[in-house]
Design a protein around this ligand. Sequence first.
Ligand code: UDX
Length: 446
Amino acid sequence: MALKITVIGTGYLGATHAAAMAELGFEVLGLDVVPEKVGMLAAGRVPMYEPGLEELLTRHVTGIEGSSGRLRFTTSWDELEEFGGDVHFVCVNTPQKHGEYACDMSYVDAAFASLAPRVKGGALVVGKSTVPVGSADRLARLLAEHAPEGVDLAWNPEFLREGFAVRDTLHPDRIVVGVDCERAEKVLREVYATPIAEGSPFVVTDFPTAELVKTSANSFLATKISFINAMAEVCEAAGGDVVKLAEAIGHDERIGNKFLRAGIGFGGGCLPKDIRAFMARAGELGADQALTFLREVDSINMRRRGHMVELAREAVGGGSFLGTRVAVLGATFKPDSDDVRDSPALNVAGQIHLQGGQVTVYDPKGMANARLVFPTLGYADTALEAVRGADVVLHLTEWREFRELDPAVLGEVASRRILLDGRNALDGTKWREAGWTYRAMGRPRA
Ligand code: UDX
């Protein structure tokens, strides 16, 4: 008989994981403490923008015509207990603690406390949340104390990218499982039999290594971005072109050409908080020296936002932003997402607004979330409306829609034709030919 699976916490990670598990043929119950979220998911709707996820949900959620009926959602721990799952995935979030670098484990701890007395004997609990190294050992002890006989723990970090969550979950580039018994490995091989058969590498480790794989992968990615952004700073000082430089070094297979796009830097719900939590945890372990370079990675990244503000100031005459109109294209931290958490784009828009500029933002999917975070910014319904009357246009999130804009049409409505490309993603030649001054980060002015 197919395994019965529960997924605790149905945010980006949990909602996608639950739908993917149903797609793989398992009977799935998703639990979240937020009734509105559960209400939407139970109706086959996704509380955030994630390409392909709604289609996957509606293929499986119970009660939707033509669905497999294998996927249900609830807010009730009693229902979870009655369901009698064989495998329980804990997918709750671990945000940065207020006023500290460390990560807030309260949701993970609460989930384990509620789950432990309700799992059936012999079940497997699998942590997927990003946690400080050492958490799995501690949570295994908690289960030994409060869960029935024979309940094991595994740690199975998640590497999904927003915007590609469905693909990354169904076809992972690797599956990492931290286990302390053979049985846990066997069960997880059964859960992931389909992607394993398709060739996804299955890496078995101990608990601390599995936890570290996740934080070190994100630290490496953040370092790669800050490296190229540091090169952008040097290129600007020396008159070089960081885009050409990235292309050239990327041909070396050992370096690779991915994640070398210079611009206003990284944001989102993962990279910034994960590198900070990693530094905090290393400090607790007495290994803080090993990660001091991440402090530099973080500060190079944060400096990019300030640099973009200065480029904009220069573009409007070099003094104050008072009385100037600034169009901002993009509010989300990356394209194909509606997520504005720690978004560099919104941060830059906010800084200019707070310095007296009249900022008008347009984003294809992030408007509602941006309005919640920054209600005092101006918002327009289209890119064209945002640009109308602008003294300078800032391209801050690389949506495809912005690459397809017609510079001539925008030039008709802008007050001055100055475009600053904060993502090095637009075709500068095309904009210059339409009479725009095009300036990108880390590239010559031309
Ligand atoms: C990241 C990791 O990629 C993923 O494996 C992990 O599970 C969660 O964190 P995500 O937050 O969705 O995923 O975003 P990602 O695609 O990694 O981009 C992060 C940020 O870096 C974005 O703000 C993006 O604009 C920026 N970025 C990315 C660059 O500035 N330059 C690049 O070359 C690549």
